[in-house]
Design a protein around this ligand. Structure first.
Ligand code: EZ4
Ligand code: CO
Length: 409
């Protein structure tokens, strides 16, 4: 079975997605997610101009060999654009292999290690009462683990906080990428954040009790000593994890945080290679690996990374925001079901428009996700629907401190 064509589909059903579709000479199609939020067309070009011409005529069954050929053969390794493109090829080839085998992908990854993957959703509120409504809406929708983000007194708009609780506060109506000519600029004050967050967790624990797993995303904004302080302050509230406490490229920062707190640490959504984790895992500085399948070279690379994490006692927490397409989400779910050291899966529902373009078969019940037993990844792309939603340039926000200094967003 040879690769006959490899095409990209760029569509924007409310937000942008880049999808690779590979078709074989036997007429089997495979899909891969190549969405890099705010930089979508760079990956689209990388795939169309530099990868698709190399794929045509190759044996579609040689997944590992194709991965190595594109990774080593480019000479220029790693980086978010390259690794998202590679991820899309890898997902599409696994989709084809599993469809040809007549099996759901997780069977080819070793079969099921569990009946479902624990998911967490994003509750948020501009203030605590609004946050409580959002937590309740998530519980009613079946979530059994919840991320908590709130507004900060004195700041206008804060990462992760939906502008309204429309839709019962359950749907993730906070969409950070905006279709403006220039990125939106937000104001940030870490000291105000550090004063406020422990009071929010105190309120949530008194309202909802000790059992509910609670998560929080620091979104790269603290210095190591600030993160250490927050980790300590949050210990009484028993977090499932504190995510991205510091910017990811400063790996030694995690050692300082670790020396001061037993709050579990998660990092990696902006990483794109297993090599980004070597120090963090070997020195046991983190508890959860946050890479997205879409941004870290696909299923082949993620399986190796997560196996390495397991060796050092760390678990998976695969990135699953709405800028990961349903194809990337399905790829994550097959890994979640198959690997031994599964931790948790981030899951926000996609919009109805997105689900018109991507026909999914995965299910969510009693707090658990399942990829379904449809052969392959279990997602189909409706190209006619996709064509109704043309690409619109959109940017992630830029953060500035209150004195105007550019800060991590
Ligand atoms: O800001 O995916 O944990 N989730 C996150 C996300 C990221 C977006 C960036 O595109 O941090 O909301
Ligand atoms: Co995050």
């Amino acid at each position: 079975m040879k690769i006959e064509s490899a095409e990209t589909v760029v569509t924007s059903p409310g937000r942008n997605f880049v999808t690779l579709r590979i078709t074989t000479t036997d007429g089997v199609t495979g899909l891969g997610d190549a969405t890099l939020n705010g930089r979508e067309l760079a990956v689209d070009s990388y795939l169309r101009d530099h990868v698709a011409p190399l794929l045509v005529g190759r044996d579609a069954g040689r997944v590992e060999d194709t991965w190595q050929y594109l990774y080593r053969g480019a000479y220029w390794r790693r980086g978010p654009v390259t690794m998202a493109a590679l991820a899309a090829v890898d997902m599409a080839l696994w989709d084809i292999k599993a469809k040809a085998a007549g099996m759901p992908l997780y069977q080819l990854l070793g079969g099921a290690s569990r009946t479902g993957a624990l998911a967490y959703g994003h509750a948020s509120g501009r203030d605590v009462p609004e946050l409580f409504d959002s937590v309740r809406a998530h519980l009613e929708a079946g979530y059994r683990a919840i991320r908590i983000q709130t507004g900060i007194p004195g700041l206008d708009s804060v990462y992760g906080v939906a502008a309204s609780t429309a839709g019962g506060g359950q749907r993730y109506d906070y969409e950070p990428a905006r279709p403006t000519a220039l990125p939106v600029e937000e104001a940030w004050d870490t000291r105000a954040y550090l004063r406020h967050v422990p009071t929010v967790f105190e309120a949530v624990r008194s309202e909802f009790g000790p059992e509910l797993p609670l998560l929080h995303d620091g979104h790269h904004r603290m210095t190591p000593i600030q993160a250490a302080k927050l980790g300590k302050a949050l210990e009484p509230y028993d977090l499932f994890w504190l995510e991205d406490a510091t910017p990811g490229e400063d790996q030694a920062a995690l050692r300082l945080i670790r020396q001061h707190t037993t709050t579990p640490l998660a990092i990696g959504e902006v990483f794109n290679s297993a090599h980004d984790y070597t120090l963090l895992l070997q020195d046991r500085l983190i508890d959860y690996v946050r890479s997205a399948v879409t941004h870290t070279g696909g299923i082949t690379a993620m399986k190796k990374l997560l196996d390495m994490a397991g060796h050092y006692g760390a678990k998976s927490g695969i990135h699953g925001p709405t800028d990961i397409s349903p194809v990337g989400m399905a790829a994550a779910l097959h890994l979640d079901i198959a690997i031994h050291n599964f931790g948790i899966q981030e899951y926000m529902r996609h919009t109805p428009e997105t689900l018109e373009v991507f026909r999914t078969s995965y299910t969510f019940a009693d707090g658990l996700l399942h990829p379904s037993d449809t052969p392959g990844l279990g997602v189909e792309l409706d190209t006619e629907a996709a064509a109704r939603f043309p690409y619109r340039a959109a940017y992630l926000p830029v953060n500035r401190l209150t004195d105007g200094t550019v800060h991590d967003w």
